[in-house]
Design a protein around this ligand. Structure first.
Ligand SMILES: NC(=O)c1ccc[n+]([C@@H]2O[C@H](COP(=O)([O-])OP(=O)(O)OC[C@H]3O[C@@H](n4cnc5c(N)ncnc54)[C@H](O)[C@@H]3O)[C@@H](O)[C@H]2O)c1
Length: 347
């Protein structure tokens, strides 16, 4: 079936698939988006459907995502079911000429992601992934500081995304959490890593590491380190950007001082001055800009509507999503190889 053009006078009729942990946030923001008319929610679990029926009596309910996709009164689908269902559901939607916003990660393999991106292009449909953090005001501010040269060349990015849980047997901490950091860095640097190293530990099950340290190296010289854990006693969400002009710390859990910019740096002294000290330190002012507030998912919903309308170019389309999945796939292969080597060494 071909894509149906939606007139700007008509609302974009939406089906949401999956009403578990994250689905309710997407539903709330889809309902708040003036271009959308949420027609239907599909959810396998009967108790969750009952909860939905009580809260939103005007929204039709389906028990299966494929039935929701096939409805005549649906133009676009938002997929918030587990990652291993995204490919099957997104493929069915695109084949029926319907636009897709799939939760992260868009698919669990590069091959599936590329197939979806090709299908979307062939059908003229919008395919996007919810890389939520690209609509976080702090990330927007860091991106514009970087693009304006205020940070200079980035030597390193050091990211900490740790907390206790949510342990998930279907994913591991790499696929669950690194996807956010990698999407943020892809957005800011617009580069793909040329090399990476990775190490992990699995406290509960061998197949599902709950602690991962990933280091990626970018063509422009930036090195990024990601500390990811579901097994930390405290929750930390912090990224340090080491620029040669200024350094920046983003603490996402600090509502008063989310971003701090340090006019600090270090450079080698002239050869003739090195008898005094080898390096010269610059320890300047610290500024704390006011970061606008706003829910990132509202931005994601508005962007999905604007891309369908042709008012905006997508910043998180299928091709971009594949770039992130390619990094995850390579990192996973390295983790698997490490595990084999450690098992062999123990024998
Ligand atoms: N962007 C973010 O910050 C963010 C945060 C959390 C989760 N997520 C993503 O959202 C997705 C869902 O995660 P979750 O934690 O909400 O999972 P979940 O298991 O809590 O919920 C998924 C729901 O989908 C339903 N479901 C599964 N297959 C279905 C089908 N074929 N038809 C209808 N319903 C179906 C399940 O019954 C379940 O209620 C994952 O891809 C996850 O990575 C994104």
């Amino acid at each position: 079936m071909d894509k149906k053009d939606i007139s700007p006078m008509d609302k974009i009729r939406i089906a949401l698939i999956g009403y578990g942990y994250w689905g309710p946030n997407l539903l709330r923001n889809a309902l708040g988006q003036p271009r959308f008319d949420v027609r239907c929610v599909a959810e396998r679990d009967a108790a969750r459907r009952d909860k939905l029926a009580a809260a939103y009596p005007d929204i039709a309910l389906e028990s299966d995502g494929l039935t929701a996709i096939a409805r005549d009164d649906v133009d676009a689908v938002i997929i918030a079911s587990p990652a291993d269902t995204h490919f099957m559901l997104a493929k069915a939607a695109l084949e029926q000429g319907k636009h897709v916003l799939a939760e992260k990660p868009m698919t669990t393999t590069v091959a599936d992601g590329e197939a979806l991106a090709e299908l979307a292009e062939a059908r003229g449909c919008v395919l996007m992934t919810d890389h939520t953090f690209l609509f976080t005001p702090s990330v927007r501010m860091i991106k514009s500081l970087y693009d304006d040269g205020k940070l200079g060349r980035l030597s390193y990015v050091d990211s900490t995304r740790i907390n206790l849980g949510l342990f998930n047997m279907e994913a591991n901490v790499l696929w669950d959490l690194a996807v956010h950091d990698l999407a943020i860095l892809d957005f800011i640097l617009n580069e793909e890593p040329v090399h990476m190293t990775v190490s992990s530990h699995a406290h509960l099950t061998e197949e599902s590491p709950d602690l991962v340290h990933l280091t990626t190296y970018y063509p422009s010289g930036t090195m990024a380190h990601f500390n990811l854990s579901w097994l930390s006693p405290v929750k930390l969400r912090r990224m340090v950007f080491g620029g040669d002009e200024q350094m920046l710390i983003w603490d996402d859990l600090n509502n008063d001082e989310k971003i701090k910019i340090y006019n600090s740096g270090i450079k080698l002294r002239e050869e003739s001055q090195r008898h005094v000290a080898t390096a010269e330190y610059r320890i300047g002012d610290i500024s704390v800009p006011r970061v606008p507030t706003g829910e990132a998912l509202a931005g994601v919903a508005a962007h999905f509507a604007a891309v369908i309308d042709g008012r905006e170019e997508s910043i998180m389309d299928g091709r971009r999503a594949v770039r992130i999945i390619r990094i995850l796939e390579r990192a996973q292969a390295l983790l698997d190889e490490n595990r084999r080597q450690i098992a062999a060494a123990k024998q």
